[in-house]
Write a protein that binds this ligand. Sequence first.
Ligand SMILES: *Cc1c(COP(=O)(O)O)cnc(C)c1O
Length: 220
Amino acid sequence: MDQPASPLQAVRARIAHAATIAGREPQAIELVAIAKTHPAEAILPLLAEGQRVFGENRVQEAEAKWPALREAHPDVVLHLVGQLQSNKAEDAVALFDCIHALDRPSLVSALAKAMDKLGRRVPCFVQVNIGAEEQKGGCPIADLPALLAEVRSADIPLAGLMCVPPAGIEAAPFFALLAKLAADNGVSGLSMGMSEDFETAIMLGATHVRVGSALFGARG
Ligand SMILES: *Cc1c(COP(=O)(O)O)cnc(C)c1O
């Protein structure tokens, strides 16, 4: 095989390979390039290569970086992947095109209010605490049906389910469980898989993979 010319091409080739194994179209998988902690200079080469879908985990960091980058590239699509405080909901709705960490009723209310006020419906993934970890964000599995019902009745566009499996152990069972929860609840999108495990996630049905260090190198 030819050497890929860039980290972006390498990741795209790996996505295509995993999709092919799974009998899926590579275009059915959205690569969200997670740029958190990386300055604009690190993002520019990816923009030059045609990447348009990016993710950040903090509202303030994104507000500092993206307005200028978007002036040159108005077609950038920006995802928020980190935990969101309710008091930042309006800032998040104003800046982001997709939110991946909707995990509690109070945030449903805050986001619905912000979307009404700004006249802008931003699709949201409901984050599931798939490993039942105490310190982790995400809705407990038992509460998922009720939270999904609240999202739907608040008229928040539901993008799918999202998870970050426990660190240091095999992620595949957690991805499979998220896919089952999505199927059980009539949800189609699956935001799962990061640099270490995105191919596994794709084989188990991921529609959005969130890849940072494989594209940008290690975070400082
Ligand atoms: C940082 C982050 C990623 C990307 O992680 P890498 O291991 O660098 O690919 C994905 N999802 C979330 C929620 C993150 O915070």
